[in-house]
Write a protein that binds this ligand. Structure first.
Ligand code: HEC
Ligand code: HEC
Length: 213
């Protein structure tokens, strides 16, 4: 199926139609089914999962399956993308509602995890050297020495991700648009850290993370 890249808002409806139409004949859980479902993600996240800054949609290629699954559930539960001011997050909130059939969410997460990590151009101008100190002081504990992520603590990889998106999410934690729901166990561990640093310090930490890519 094809979707207009000019109208990504139609994607949720299109996926609902796709899933309704294939209710009896969906391929078994796994990569093939994930790839088919991914057609509905690509208008926003790009055909290779590289993201689209204009739409606020992050790179998701190569994110670990456990993290993609957690976030799809978090959007569905309204732990993310439900704040009335979060007009960008809401796009993804409505999208996650339609992965209804058993195995859909796991299949698409498996497919996303299988995509090679995107090669992304930094758009922020932070001081990576100053940022190394911030990273070593705090972020390393949950995001890992190479920013590769730490599954046991729920910390996602920060490498392979656009700098503009990382900054925006940090701010969303600080503003309480993410990480405030008591059901959001991992988000709640991130939020206090977002209150420790100014935007300048975070932009520097993110510049350091870009050097680890
Ligand atoms: C209408 C556009 C749109 C579509 C379609 C869409 N997304 Fe998203 N997605 C977004 C936006 C925007 C964000 C960032 C939300 C925010 O800022 O909190 C996002 C965030 C995510 C994240 C969180 C990434 C992270 O690092 O935390 C994952 C995972 C994700 N999307 C997966 C998917 C999958 C899988 C599909 C298809 C089933 C999909 N998205 C379809 C717009 C979209
Ligand atoms: C106590 C553990 C912990 C520490 C310390 C920590 N984080 Fe996190 N961080 C997390 C967890 C857990 C998540 C994922 C939350 C979720 O599931 O929504 C996260 C998510 C993020 C995200 C969102 C990534 C995405 O793909 O959406 C950013 C950006 C981030 N952290 C940056 C930082 C930075 C920068 C620091 C250091 C100043 C830091 N974190 C310190 C645990 C931590």
């Amino acid at each position: 199926m094809t979707l207009s890249t000019r109208n990504p808002g139609a994607a949720a409806l299109a996926l609902a139609a796709l899933l309704a139409g294939t209710a009896c004949s969906a391929p078994p859980q796994g990569l093939a089914r994930g790839e088919a479902i991914y057609d509905t993600c690509s208008p926003c996240h790009g055909s290779m999962g590289e993201g689209t800054q204009r739409l606020g949609a992050p790179a998701i290629a190569g994110l670990p399956q456990w993290y993609v699954e957690t976030q799809l559930r978090n959007f569905e539960a309204g732990y993310r993308g439900a704040h009335p001011m979060d007009t960008v997050g809401i796009r993804m909130h409505s999208m996650a509602q339609v992965l209804r059939q058993e195995g859909d969410l796991e299949s698409v997460a498996e497919y996303v995890a299988s995509l090679p990590r995107a090669d992304l151009e930094p758009v922020l101008a932070g001081d990576a050297q100053a940022g190394a100190a911030v990273y070593a002081e705090t972020c390393v504990a949950c995001h890992g020495p190479a920013a590769e992520g730490m599954e046991a603590l729920g910390g996602p990889p920060l490498v392979g991700q656009s700098d503009w998106y990382l900054l925006r999410q940090f701010q969303k934690f600080r503003m309480g648009w993410r990480g405030t729901n008591t059901g959001d166990m991992f988000g709640m561990t991130m939020r206090p850290n977002s209150m420790l640093y100014t935007d300048e310090a975070v932009v520097n930490a993110i510049a350091y993370v870009q050097t680890l890519n």
